[in-house]
Write a protein that binds this ligand. Structure first.
Ligand code: CA
Length: 226
């Protein structure tokens, strides 16, 4: 049974959504303030979160920011008011998966939730493995030999691309094209900086060489983990 957390302080909306979701076969928890909501979502494993923006104690905006900072990746549907002080774009930037402006119909909420959960499942890719080096894109986790390695979002993206192309040589501009956005017109040598950082995290401490520099061409990540 999919489990949904509704973080909403307006009792009428929260209970209506809860009733509706239960009727659709979901298990539903309610948190009526941001602090409780953040605690629940950090402690329990939810399939989706319905998150109101305007909340007591901690705004929905802040709940989302702290969730993602804590690497909690449950898909989030934001509820916003038309005249809210926060911008919808901010919510999406912070990692909300979708949003709905109040007042909304339950039918639309349900459709958005289902679509969001389907996407989250489809996008949950397999764990990439090179020897004892592992990268789990769904959980944004990286580890070697069971030791967790903390990477920044950009480092993660560079390593993700290298691992997808493992045992192939990939050029700096190819990596830039996949990892930086299309408006990036800086120096492709930025890749060297990130590869340097990655090596200090995934190779040096383990006395390994997973990422090889192929002179004049680019980089290759060894499928054996180096
Ligand atoms: Ca509210």
């Amino acid at each position: 049974m999919p489990r949904v957390l509704v973080i909403e302080d307006e009792v009428g909306i929260a209970t209506a959504v809860q009733r509706g979701l239960i009727a659709e076969g979901f298990a539903v928890d309610i948190a009526d303030n941001g602090v409780d909501g953040l605690w629940r979502v950090s402690e329990l494993d939810y399939d989706a979160v319905v998150l109101d923006l305007m909340l007591p104690q901690l705004s929905g905006y802040e709940v989302l920011r702290r969730m993602r900072a804590a690497k909690v990746w449950a898909p989030v549907l934001m509820l916003t008011a038309k005249d809210g002080e926060y911008d919808v774009a901010d919510a999406l930037d912070l990692g909300a998966d979708d949003y709905l402006t109040k007042p909304f119909s339950f039918v639309v909420l349900m459709a958005r939730l289902r679509a969001m959960m389907r996407r989250a499942q489809r996008e949950r890719p397999v764990v990439l493995i090179a020897g004892d080096l592992e990268l789990d894109p769904a959980r944004r986790r990286c580890g070697r030999g069971g030791v967790e390695i903390v990477l920044t979002a950009r480092e993660f993206a560079v390593l993700h691309y290298l691992m997808r192309c493992r045992d192939e040589v990939v050029s700096r501009s190819e990596i830039v094209a996949h990892v930086w956005d299309e408006n990036f017109d800086g120096d492709p040598n930025i890749v060297d900086v990130y590869v340097g950082r990655l090596r200090r995290k995934i190779d040096a401490p383990f006395d390994r060489v997973a990422i090889e520099t192929v002179r004049g061409m680019g980089y290759r990540l060894h499928g054996t983990g180096g």
